[in-house]
Design a binder for this molecule. Structure first.
Ligand SMILES: Nc1ncnc2c1ncn2[C@@H]1O[C@H](COP(=O)(O)OP(=O)(O)OP(=O)(O)O)[C@@H](O)[C@H]1O
Ligand SMILES: [Mg+2]
Length: 255
């Protein structure tokens, strides 16, 4: 039994088919990169993995469980746009992520102390101890995104969903974030699904690279047919496949 199992998943909005016949499995600890043209349904796929929305058809199960009906602690998420709270300090941003795990959203007494200790550990882990009392606006993009990742990791999710997490960062910061992410992954054995528009990043970080694309076009109405996984590259050897291979996937270049 696979850790994550997506079976014949379809999604549609109104009369538009976004995804169809999406089937894929992933093992625990695997890093799955996702690429594909803009608008082909990559974020939609992540939202379904997060259980933020339900598939129109099909099943998504974690360790053989039923399709989840709402997000839970097993799944953490980081988006391209910084999802941190601007009115809270860096440290309080991590404390807030802890608070969300309690029923009333507020921590007291011993629980608060433990949460504070965990927040401080996380600050060290993400390299932000020195700016703990600052507000996000005073941080660089890379620091804000490390904070967002720290928030997502506070709940110790077994699955981390990353939607173009480094898209807004400069190339140097991006490389630093790659190292950071690989370290985290080695430590935690998390299963990661990461959407990116950067092919090199997809192959560098991923064990696999999934390509989302429309399998065919209906010239009368492009909305009739949804996208699916048209290719599942083995990327464990690291680098990008030879250009000859990539030439067979024009949607990659467009992405
Ligand atoms: N809640 C929604 N209701 C209606 N249409 C939606 C909804 N969410 C997404 N869509 C549409 O579904 C299609 C797929 O969107 P999605 O955001 O998943 O694409 P994407 O592959 O992530 O694109 P990008 O690379 O630009 O982020 C788009 O045409 C989008 O407009
Ligand atoms: Mg998207």
């Amino acid at each position: 039994m696979s850790f994550v199992s997506v079976r014949n998943v379809w999604q549609r909005y109104g009369d538009r088919s976004i995804l169809e016949r999406v089937s894929v499995t992933a093992e625990e600890g695997e890093f799955v990169s996702i690429v594909g043209a803009s608008g082909c349904g990559k974020s939609t796929f992540l939202r379904m993995l997060l259980a933020e929305e339900r598939p129109y058809k099909g099943e998504i199960s974690i360790e053989g469980g039923a399709t989840a009906v709402e997000p839970n602690r097993e799944r953490g998420v980081v988006f391209q746009k910084y999802s941190v709270f601007p009115h809270l300090t860096v440290r309080d941003n991590l404390m807030a992520a802890e608070g969300f795990q309690t029923r009333f959203g507020r921590l007291r007494g011993a629980a608060r102390k433990e949460a504070a200790a965990r927040a401080d550990q996380m600050l060290t882990r993400i390299g932000l101890s020195h700016v703990a009392q600052q507000f996000p606006a005073s941080l660089s993009g890379g620091m804000q995104q490390r904070l967002a990742i720290g928030q997502a990791l506070t709940a110790k999710p077994r699955i981390l969903l990353l939607d173009e997490p480094f898209g807004a960062l400069d190339p140097g910061t991006r490389l630093q974030m790659h190292d950071f992410l690989m370290e985290l992954r080695d430590e935690t054995n998390m299963t990661v699904f990461m959407v990116t528009h950067d092919l090199e990043e997809a192959f560098k970080l991923g064990d696999r690279v999934l390509v989302f694309d429309k399998p065919r076009w209906d010239p009368q109405d492009p909305n009739v047919i949804g996208a699916t996984i048209t290719y599942d590259f083995d990327a464990r050897h690291g680098g990008m496949p030879h250009q000859d291979i990539l030439d067979h996937f024009p949607s990659l270049a467009a992405g």
